[in-house]
Each structure stands twice: as structure tokens, then as C-alpha cells.
Design a protein around this ligand. Structure first.
Ligand SMILES: C[S@@+](CC[C@H](N)C(=O)[O-])C[C@H]1O[C@@H](n2cnc3c(N)ncnc32)[C@H](O)[C@@H]1O
Length: 233
């Protein structure tokens, strides 16, 4: 499959689960996703609270992480959520209609913004789906101002006994519940496969350095089930 076809398949997949996405997300993560969004957003509280700060949340889906970021943002901040699934964005704009959040329908690999426009670029549980991680990182570097920061929150693969138990849940239980409730077969089997494909922390940090980030680091969340990658341009 070429990269356009792969991106199309990912977009169709998310569009197909959009109506049940929020419900399933909270159920399957047992609401821990809310803690992870908040913890990641808090990390960037200082940048968010600056006057006129510009923030872009990539792969924003139905906008929950974007809205958590907005909660920490100064009154003059401009906060954008971008996603390439029209249906996901529609839900985001309905859910957060009363806010100043702005929604952009765009591919994270080809964003309709000029260079060096943003103080902070984030992605929560979306970066892993990109067809080309290095191109995704280069696009973030392009958008960031000098000194600007990037935060990529995504799943990891915990080790040890917790890892073993988690893998049973993630590979056996979660796809069955996800498929039953969403009524769509593919996406919840794709989820564990996409986590396996995602680079391990050391490799991801190397890729970030090569893309042009400095001060890169990874903070595991909840035994490494998820984690936050940070880097500064
Ligand atoms: C698992 S959801 C995460 C949504 C949200 N950030 C959250 O934390 O709930 C992944 C989202 O990434 C979007 N996505 C995947 N690849 C993308 C790409 N290349 N460009 C833009 N959005 C993309 C999907 O449409 C989907 O809405």
C-alpha cells in the first residue's frame, strides 16, 4: 500500500468509529485517558499561559485534549485542533462550540500553516497513526518557533508482569469490546498493531533529535502504558 492509500485507510477507519469514539475511549481506558491529557497539558502550563501564545493540537479527534490545553491557556492564546477526519472534527466543533477553539481539517503531514508560527505543537494518541513518523516530526519542527516545544502523548508497551497483563487486555479483551460496541471490526484490532509498529522510546527520541529537536525526553505514564515525548526546537 502506498502512503496516500495508507493515510486514506486510517482516515476512513477513524471516521467509521467517530460516533462511538468518546464513549469507547473512556470505557476502554477506564477514564485514565482524562488523567493523561491533563498531566500532559499541565507540563506545558507555562507556555500555555503566555499572552498571545499559539498552540496546535494535531490529530485532535473529537477535541478533548485540545480543550484541556485550552483550559490552561491565557485569555489571548490561540489554540487550534487539527485532524484529517471531517466527522471527528464536526464532533469537536459541536462539543466545544462555546469556546474560542479553532478547528482545521488537515493532514498532520501537510499542514496549512506558514513556517515558525507556533509556540507549542502537541499530539495525543494520533502521532502513532502517521504513515511517516520522520515526516511528521519534520512538519512539527517547521511549524515551531525557535524555542517552541513539542509534546507527543502516545501509547507505549509496558514491560514485566504489568506488561504481560496489559498485553492480554490490549490484544484480546479490548478488540472484542471495541468491535462489539462500535459495530466496526477493523479499528480495535488495528490499535494494538499500531502500538507495536510505533518506535520504542530510545528510537523515537533519536528520530526527534534527527528531525531537529533538542532537550528531548520521554516520561512514562501509568507503568509506560502511555508516555509523553517532549522536545524543544
Ligand atoms: C486515537 S484518535 C486521538 C484523538 C484525540 N487526540 C484523543 O486524544 O482522543 C487519532 C486521531 O488522529 C487522526 N489522524 C490520524 N492520522 C492523521 C493524519 N495524518 N493527519 C491528521 N489527523 C490524523 C484520526 O483521524 C483520529 O481522529
Amino acid at each position: 500500500m502506498n502512503s496516500d492509500a495508507a493515510a486514506h485507510a486510517v482516515r476512513e477507519m477513524f471516521t467509521s468509529i467517530a460516533p462511538r469514539y468518546d464513549f469507547l475511549n473512556h470505557l476502554l481506558s477506564m477514564n485514565v485517558d482524562k488523567l493523561w491529557w491533563r498531566r500532559a497539558a499541565r507540563t506545558f502550563a507555562q507556555i500555555l499561559s503566555r499572552p498571545n501564545t499559539r498552540v496546535l493540537d494535531l490529530c485532535c479527534g473529537t477535541g478533548d485534549m485540545t480543550s484541556v490545553l485550552f483550559g490552561y491557556a491565557s485569555p489571548t492564546a490561540q489554540v487550534y485542533g487539527a485532524d484529517f477526519s471531517h466527522v471527528m472534527l464536526q464532533r469537536a466543533s459541536e462539543k466545544f462550540a462555546a469556546t474560542r477553539l479553532r478547528w482545521i481539517e488537515a493532514d498532520a503531514l501537510k499542514l496549512p500553516f506558514a513556517d515558525v508560527e507556533f509556540d507549542l505543537v502537541t499530539a495525543a494518541f494520533g502521532f502513532r497513526n502517521l504513515v511517516n513518523y520522520d515526516a511528521g516530526l519534520r512538519e512539527i519542527v517547521r511549524l515551531l518557533k525557535s524555542g517552541g516545544e513539542c509534546g507527543i502523548l502516545d501509547f507505549g508497551e509496558p514491560v514485566g508482569m504489568i506488561g504481560k497483563l496489559y498485553r492480554i487486555y490490549f490484544k484480546r479483551v479490548l478488540p472484542v469490546i471495541g468491535t462489539a460496541i462500535s459495530g466496526v471490526r477493523g479499528p480495535y484490532a488495528y490499535l494494538p498493531a499500531s502500538v507495536e509498529r510505533f518506535p520504542a522510546p530510545d528510537e523515537m527520541l533519536d528520530r526527534m533529535r534527527r528531525a531537529g529537536f533538542r532537550e528531548v525526553n520521554w516520561t512514562p505514564y501509568t507503568f509506560g502504558i502511555a508516555g509523553l515525548y517532549r522536545g524543544r526546537k
